[in-house]
Design a protein around this ligand. Sequence first.
Ligand SMILES: [Zn+2]
Length: 385
Amino acid sequence: MKRNLIELYNLPLEVKFCRKCTVSNQRPRITFDENGICSACNFASLKRSSIDWESREIELKKLCEKHRKNNGEYDVIVPCSGGKDGSYVAHLLKYKYGMNPLAVTWAPLKASQIGRKNLDAFIASGFNHILGTPNPIVARKLTQLSFKFLGDPFQPFIYGQTNFPLHMAVKYGIKLIMYGENGEVEYGGDMKNANRPNRDIADHDAHYFSGLPPEFWVEKGITLSDLYPFRAPKFEEILANETEIHFLSYYKFWDPQENYYYCHENTGFVANSERSEGTYSKYASLDDELDGFHYYLSYIKFGIGRATSDASHEIRDGKISREEGIALVKRFDHERPKKYYREFLDYCSITEKEVEEIIDSWRSDHLWEKKGNEWKLRHTVWQDS
Ligand SMILES: [Zn+2]
């Protein structure tokens, strides 16, 4: 079965690459200006030139003041996998701004050793922590279904990662949830939140769930009770709790590499000994053995792999040049995850043949052509710029 990606994700037919970074206009919700510059690059320039970071820090202090409880209860939830970003947020809020955070983690589908080690080190650096673990049989079934129907095995994880902090907020009466970066803004997407510190809960379905909330899977045979931990609390409960979701990247200049150095020093974070498949980086998104497939499917669907996302961010942050970025994309973006391929097949209970069929069903004609036995992207950043 062939998918209509243009319709599903509202993709432009004509592929264009940003003139400053390596991303293309095929990233869902990204916009390009009249000079051919993407919204994420424009936001990055804005971050450097016209945002007054001192006054943003005053805003952060006011926010902390508003939510700080002096009765010993938790006053902020920090969603944190033990990776460099969440750990940085939690550590900074606790030790610099005097908050009493509750760190919460939604369990990876298949936790990696390095991820677990970093989570333990983070907790050991002085945090109260709750791990949410869904029924693994249900998580596997949902992973298989979402790989088959959405072309993304990671969707069940994203449900839990997004909704578990909301459950904990309601349960403990904690009004503030602090995330690290606003991915929509930092990587290019819906820019309506670029100049606001918080997120509209009503956007969840569109931005994180590909328009398909967890309840969708009932029609595929998953019961509501099995879906419960993946679902959001009732909207009225979220409102009654006066829950606010904020991003630290609004208040503090956000630099993933600096977060890495900070966590290496303060929360015992260590980078991987080898680069992640599909990219050149060693310190981002290390927690789940299956996440390589999430990035690889993005490469298939949009022509945007993990190296493109990493290189684009680093070009915007001034860490590498566009030429270096393009070379890295050429070298790594197409790399298929091999290391955990067997585990992936076992975890999803699918055959190699099914995997190939699913992957090919997500190759859109406007992006891919078959030459002999080989699939080739019609447009690449190294040929088109
Ligand atoms: Zn750009």
